[in-house]
Design a protein around this ligand. Structure first.
Ligand SMILES: [Fe+2]
Length: 536
């Protein structure tokens, strides 16, 4: 259990469980969680049992999000019968069981929301979005002055694939200034990974409550109902939405068993519920990118106990950065690929190919020798959407501000801007160890090629001069190899590397001058014998 130390009642009351992918359980009232079975005839305290699944019933066990169950659990004599059943009905045990005051089905029919939300897309095609290989960058979007809650403040920037076909992703942003009132949001299309950039979020879910501050992230799995309060008022942030799969920790490969995001640093809420009448309560459901509403007379946050492994979880990126996330990087030369800083990944069926990676660029030391330390120039088969939570980004000296964003699509070239390149070259090998501090940039990276929504392309915050940041890159090509002109690019001056370079013609001319020899004399063996002496 973990408590937040803060001044608000909401946050002070928060407790968390820790881990990712675990099988969690929590009860707000002792004894509310049924023991020995999931769906008893009569649940404790007269609660209704309800299951929510995030994977198909028959998904393989390793995909069923039930991992890290203590092995000894299976051999506890008191629950041997339960375990035997569990082996057969593993898929049933792999979801979440909610024990609630009234089941979520208790509502009036869904109807299209009026007014419609025109800026949400979950199926990207030629009718609603455009393909462009151009490097795109947006300035920070202003937060509206008109009352706007989290739902109305959402808008899609780009994406690929389809929520209907259960394959793809969407990238959204939100700008909002007021809390949701007497309503809850439910995303039937996919998982939300929310990256607040400005303003904290108080999120109430069916599994409990979370506080998420800039520098942290929260994942809200498909289908969970949640409400967003804005304790700080004006708020802005980024969202990646995943269709058809879920985010998980990346494999660590040769790094070994430790490093990057540690499982124990992911926080899961504990059961919390509210009871009583809530006339006119509205469930807003995103379904196929469209919004539908349904009325009910009670709060959906009426789950008294739950267990399972399909839960909203949060990870403190800010804490990861400074004390929890354990970055790995080059310690001798060259710039590591950004995958070294992957926090979470949503895999595809192809090994090593991500539907979406969430990568951060946290404070860290740069120590590489004789290396161009900023990101190298590149064209990538993956598509990269970047955002900046605070501070600056090492590859862009100007123009990329907190709250802004950039999009570099498949095979579109990009890299450091002119100012960054020239400043790096000017420093040369004198840079020494350098700590990148007070910054937190991130990247959503996908193997799919996104289409961009028209309102994003036509946004008044589009940086139409983005390309100018590279136009100033000049040729440093001299036509001569480094050896021929003995020149390096340190301050444009020749520098020595290792042993001084010698050229035979130059050496012979110098020796002839020292020995006061002419070319004719070099042919006279008598002169050799009198003037040339051998040295060790
Ligand atoms: Fe890149």
């Amino acid at each position: 259990m973990e408590s937040k130390d803060c001044s608000s009642n909401f946050a002070c009351a928060l407790e968390y469980q820790t881990g990712i992918g675990n099988h969690f359980s929590s009860e707000a009232i002792v004894g509310a969680l049924p023991q020995g079975q999931n769906s008893p005839l009569i649940c404790p305290f007269g609660l209704y049992a309800e299951q929510i699944s995030g994977t198909s019933f028959t998904s393989p066990r390793k995909l069923n999000q039930r991992r890290h169950v203590p092995f000894t659990y299976f051999f506890c004599p008191k629950i041997l019968l339960l375990v035997c059943v569990g082996v057969v009905l593993v898929s049933i045990f792999s979801k979440n069981w909610l024990y609630r005051i009234k089941p979520s089905v208790t509502h009036e029919p869904f109807r299209p929301r009026i007014p419609r939300h025109e800026m949400l897309v979950s199926e990207f095609n030629q009718s609603n979005s455009s393909a462009t290989p151009t490097q795109l960058r947006w300035k920070p979007v202003e937060i509206p002055e008109a009352p706007t809650d989290f739902i109305d403040g959402l808008y899609t920037i780009c994406g690929a694939g389809s929520s209907y076909l259960r394959h793809g992703f969407a990238i959204h942003m939100y700008t909002a200034n007021k809390s949701m009132e007497n309503s809850a949001f439910c995303n039937a299309d996919g998982d939300f990974l929310i990256v607040p950039q400005k303003g904290s979020l108080w999120i109430t879910t069916e599994c409990g409550r979370l506080q998420v501050c800039p520098g942290e992230i929260v994942i809200l799995p498909q289908g969970f109902r949640f409400a967003v309060d804005l304790p700080d008022g004006p708020s802005r942030g980024y969202i990646a939405e995943i269709f058809g799969t879920h985010l998980q920790l990346p494999d660590l490969g040769p790094i070994g068993a430790n490093g990057l995001a540690a499982p124990r640093d992911f926080l899961v809420p504990v059961a919390w519920y509210e009871d009583g009448s809530c006339p006119g309560y509205t469930i807003v459901q995103k379904y196929g990118g469209e919004l539908f509403t349904a009325k009910q007379d009670f709060s959906p946050f009426n789950v008294v106990a739950w267990h399972g492994n399909y839960v909203p979880y949060k990870a403190g990126i800010f804490s990861y950065d400074l004390s929890k996330f354990c970055p790995y990087n080059t310690v001798l030369m060259d710039h590591s690929d950004p995958s070294i800083n992957t926090v979470l990944t949503a895999p595809t069926d192809k090994p090593g190919v991500a539907l979406l990676d969430f990568v951060i660029f946290p404070p860290r030391w740069l120590v590489a020798e004789h290396t161009f330390r900023p990101p190298y120039y590149h064209r990538n088969c993956m598509t990269e959407f970047m955002g900046l939570i605070y501070g600056g980004y090492e590859a862009k000296a100007d123009g990329f501000h907190p709250g802004g964003a950039s999009l570099h699509s498949c095979m579109t070239p990009h890299g450091p801007d002119t100012k960054t390149y020239e400043a790096t070259i000017a420093l040369g090998n004198e840079a020494g160890p350098h700590r990148i501090a007070d910054t937190m940039a991130f990247m959503f990276e996908s193997c799919l090629i996104p289409r961009v929504c028209p309102w994003a392309l036509e946004s008044p915050f589009m940086d139409h001069d983005y390309y100018q940041c590279w136009i100033g890159l000049k040729s440093h090509f001299s036509g001569l190899s480094i050896n021929e002109d003995s020149r390096d690019l340190q301050n444009g001056k020749p520098i020595e590397r290792g042993r001084p370079k010698k050229y035979w013609g130059e050496v012979i001319r110098r020796d002839m001058e020292q020995l006061q020899l002419t070319e004719d004399m070099t042919l006279d063996r008598k002169v050799w014998k009198t003037r040339i002496t051998a040295e060790d």
